[in-house]
Write a protein that binds this ligand. Structure first.
Ligand code: PBG
Length: 326
């Protein structure tokens, strides 16, 4: 009888052997926790489509940020839900507005021990729910929106954000934000460009998380799920415009895009495991259909294996806790 020349199973024999030969490792420092704060709340408010995730009060957000620091989590990405919205998203510019204040509060709590990121986008602040302002035909007006993004970026940098995350997919947004930051003296505030952000059905639960007013969809600005090489163009443009890091979003249905971007990007690559990805795994686990911890760990490992340096995930703190244990 002839024997196999190679027995890949040898490296799978024991947990120690598998650990030694693992090609990809998860670390708390690679994880970024997205968090929501809602103006005027007195108690944290559960988000029904994202079991375990809440809209925070100032106090509970500060606690979540401090907990993330203790667990070694790399960063926190903040989203604000304002009490009052208008067509221009004015509350996004107010230094006392919910998001700018949250950035300041988190900064006061954790200082530089956690990378504090702010969402630079108008959808939480507009009464129509779009990521930009509308022209007279109801079309999202790219260049009028850019002007507001520049001011929003400065407001968040003034509040103490280390990194800004423009997520609106307007053309030229990185250049405008970079220029506004330089002109206002925020030369060390970094930009994490949501470079390849796709129009996705998996954003559903996020819309509940921010009480989105959106009717219709974002297909005139977010990318079409059918497109692969266009992601490279979006990343190249953002790099030319001065992006310090680039992101692919969503993650699990876009691992090919992530691998492409990881292969060409000279800057760190993030992937955002979004609300719908979170909800699917939580729902299946709640039904006893999959092993929750196994599925969460495997899903984030898969995103890293595809090429992400950092992963935004609503499980960041819980996963970091598991990683610390083991
Ligand atoms: C826009 C923004 C969205 C998400 C992050 N930033 C919503 C959208 O594009 O519709 C979605 C994140 C998630 O689903 O977890 N500010």
């Amino acid at each position: 009888m002839s024997f196999p020349n190679h027995r890949p199973r040898r490296l799978r024999t024991t947990p120690a052997m598998r650990r030694l030969t693992a090609e990809t490792r998860l670390a708390p420092a690679d994880l970024i926790l997205p968090a929501f704060i809602r103006e005027g709340l007195t108690e944290p408010s559960p988000i029904s489509s994202m079991p375990g995730v809440v809209q925070h009060t100032t106090e509970s957000l500060k606690r979540a940020a401090a907990e993330a620091v203790g667990l070694g989590v790399g960063g926190i990405m903040l989203f604000g839900v304002p009490a009052v919205r208008d067509a221009q998203g004015t509350a996004s510019l107010d230094p006392e507005g919910v998001l700018n204040k949250a950035i300041r509060d988190v900064k006061a709590e954790v200082g530089d021990d956690l990378v504090i990121m702010g969402d630079v986008c108008l959808d939480e602040f507009t009464d129509h729910g779009h990521c930009g302002v509308l022209d007279s035909d109801g079309y999202v007006d790219n260049d009028a929106t850019l002007e507001i993004y520049g001011r929003m970026a400065v407001a968040q940098a003034d509040a103490g954000a280390h990194v800004l995350g423009p997520s609106g997919m307007m053309d030229g947004q990185i250049a405008v934000i970079r220029q506004a930051l330089e002109e206002s003296g925020h030369k060390n505030t970094a930009v994490l460009a949501y470079a390849a952000k796709y129009a996705s059905a998996f954003y559903g639960p996020f819309r509940e998380a921010v009480d989105s007013q959106l009717k219709g969809d974002r297909r005139t600005y977010q990318m079409d799920a059918a497109n692969r090489r266009e992601a490279i163009l979006e990343v190249e443009l953002d790099l030319e415009e001065g992006a310090d890091m680039v992101m692919v979003k969503p993650a699990m249905s876009y691992l090919d895009i992530l691998a492409d971007v990881a292969a060409m990007s000279p800057v760190p690559v993030s992937a955002y495991q979004i609300s719908g990805e979170y909800a699917m795994i939580e729902a299946a686990a709640a039904n006893g259909w999959i092993d929750r911890r196994g599925a969460i760990t495997e899903s984030v490992l898969g995103i890293k294996r595809a090429g992400a340096d950092t992963v935004l995930t609503y499980w960041a703190s819980e996963l970091a806790g598991w990683l610390k244990e083991s």
